[in-house]
Ligand binder design. Structure first.
Ligand code: PHE
Length: 477
């Protein structure tokens, strides 16, 4: 018998509410929290960025998380099909499904560069693992990582990696292959299983390393940096950055939550679930900041160090801490896991759509989508060496200095995700059948009014203003 393997027909969905929460938290918590958040907070001057970021999470992110999961569950298909179904049932134009298409495209593009960055993580798993093995062999299990190296040598390893296209591409290939393999194994046997094992382990280690950083690093300076807002640093561009980061980190507007929502059973109460996802994600981002910046200041690195920042600070910490080789090894493995539980949600969106559209087996769809994303990612890897002069959107002054990976990251984060979020807000707030929406969310009358106000008014106005002032001056001048 030929399996149709459609999102509805071929999948059992999540086995329980907690399985869904872990999968969704797994999708949310990833490189966005540990790599992108500290990078952007560092570049944008710290406190003011963090404050605006948290504001966006609470006022826009949380209501939109609920909106997207709700839409997915109500529609019960891939991201495009779900929106189409809800539009049809609400008696409005099915062209709204375009918002699903935009989201899937965003997720697909994010996947392509995400996998490259995750490859950097694998590089450090390998380096720290080798160190740990050496430590065990020499009988000193508690050795620090990168023993005998100077700080410059340790931080310089990132430059060595960037200069080596073959290595970057192989690591990217390994990560993409792992992502494809899990998605090909199915929602229940792949995605859910991966999340239920990996996420709890990740949380425990994160807390331990943050405590270590607090005790040994320059915690006071880090706290001051992250939580003392200097409003002179706030510009429309920083607001745009913070909005994009809030959306990125919560996995909004990239097809992931819409798609995962379709696998949630009807008896799950969505509102508290959305709250838990947003809470967990934000906590991890703040913890990651509190883990990284004490080390940044203790060893005198530049907080505005850009995408290489965490790959330079964490190895320095692991060099100095007792049993650093072991902790470093385990920690990079966990970042790898966190990245993996996110990348599978990025791949699942477009894959579910391809399955529904073509009737292909899940495996074939996952492989084809993953390979195309891999090919785009290769250009990002080459952007650090052979194509280091390439500036894909160099004519646009906000992207004038940005290499291929950063352009893809910036374009999706600053433009595509806000647009995707805007469309969700307009659709859910104004077009989708209000009674259906209310029943799906399970909110009480009062909470529903608050939520609806945020989705229908606050989100569209805020996102439009941010887009207008963040992007238009850049276009004009
Ligand atoms: N939220 C993920 C992270 O922070 C990235 C992601 C974005 C995953 C969009 C799915 C959809 O790493």
């Amino acid at each position: 018998m030929v399996s149709t393997a459609g999102t509805q027909s071929g999948e059992q969905g999540w086995s329980s509410r907690s399985a869904f929460i872990l999968a969704a938290v797994g999708a949310a918590v990833g490189l966005g929290n540990i790599w992108r958040f500290p990078t952007l907070a560092g570049e944008s001057g710290g406190g003011a960025f963090v404050l605006v970021y948290i504001g966006f999470v609470v006022l826009l992110g949380l209501p939109l998380v609920l909106s997207e999961i709700m839409l997915g569950r109500a529609g019960g298909e891939d991201a495009i099909g779900s929106v189409e179904n809800v539009a049809r049932e609400s008696g409005v134009s099915t062209r709204w499904k375009g918002l699903g298409a935009l989201q899937i495209t965003s997720g697909f593009l994010i996947l392509s560069f995400y996998s490259v960055v995750a490859g950097w993580v694998i590089n450090y798993v390998y380096l720290a693992g080798g160190d740990f093995l050496g430590a065990v062999m020499s009988g000193d299990v508690f050795a620090g990582a990168f023993a005998g190296e100077t700080q410059d040598q340790i931080t310089g390893r990132m430059g060595d990696l960037f200069a080596d296209p073959t290595r970057l591409i192989i690591l990217h290939a390994i990560f993409m292959a792992a992502t494809i393999w899990i998605v090909a194994s199915g929602v229940h046997d792949g995605i859910e299983k991966a999340a239920t094992w990996l996420m709890p382990a990740f949380f425990v280690l994160l807390v331990i390393i943050t405590i270590y950083g607090a005790l040994t690093g320059n915690f006071g300076e880090a706290v001051a940096f992250l939580f003392t807002p200097d409003f002179s640093k706030l510009s429309p561009v920083v607001l745009n950055e913070a909005l994009g980061q809030a959306l990125f980190s919560l996995s909004l507007a990239a097809g992931g939550l819409l798609t995962y929502g379709a696998y949630v059973s009807k008896d799950v109460n969505l509102a508290p679930t959305a709250g838990m996802i947003a809470m967990a994600d934000t906590t991890v981002a703040i913890l990651a900041g509190l883990m990284i910046f004490p080390i940044v200041f203790a060893v005198g690195l530049d907080p505005a160090g850009g995408p290489a920042l965490i790959f330079q600070t964490l190895p320095v910490a692991f060099n100095e801490m007792p049993a650093g080789a072991l902790v470093g090894f385990v920690f990079f493995i966990l970042i790898f896991f966190a990245a993996l539980t996110s990348s599978i949600s990025l791949l699942e969106g477009p894959t579910a759509w391809v399955i529904d559209k073509t009737g292909w087996a899940r495996k074939k769809a996952a492989i084809v989508v993953g390979l195309v994303a891999f090919a785009i990612g290769v250009t990002c890897a080459l952007g650090y060496n052979v194509w280091s002069e390439v500036r894909p959107l160099g004519f646009w002054n906000i992207f004038a200095e940005t290499d291929i990976l950063d352009t893809l990251d910036g374009f999706t984060g600053k433009i595509m995700l806000p647009l995707g979020a805007l469309l969700v807000a307009l659709f859910v707030g104004w077009r989708a059948d209000a009674n259906m929406v209310k029943a799906q969310t399970g909110l009480s009358d009062g909470m529903f009014l608050v939520w609806r106000f945020l989705v229908a008014w606050a989100a569209p106005i805020a996102v439009s203003l941010v887009l207008l002032f963040g992007l238009v001056p850049g276009l004009l001048g």
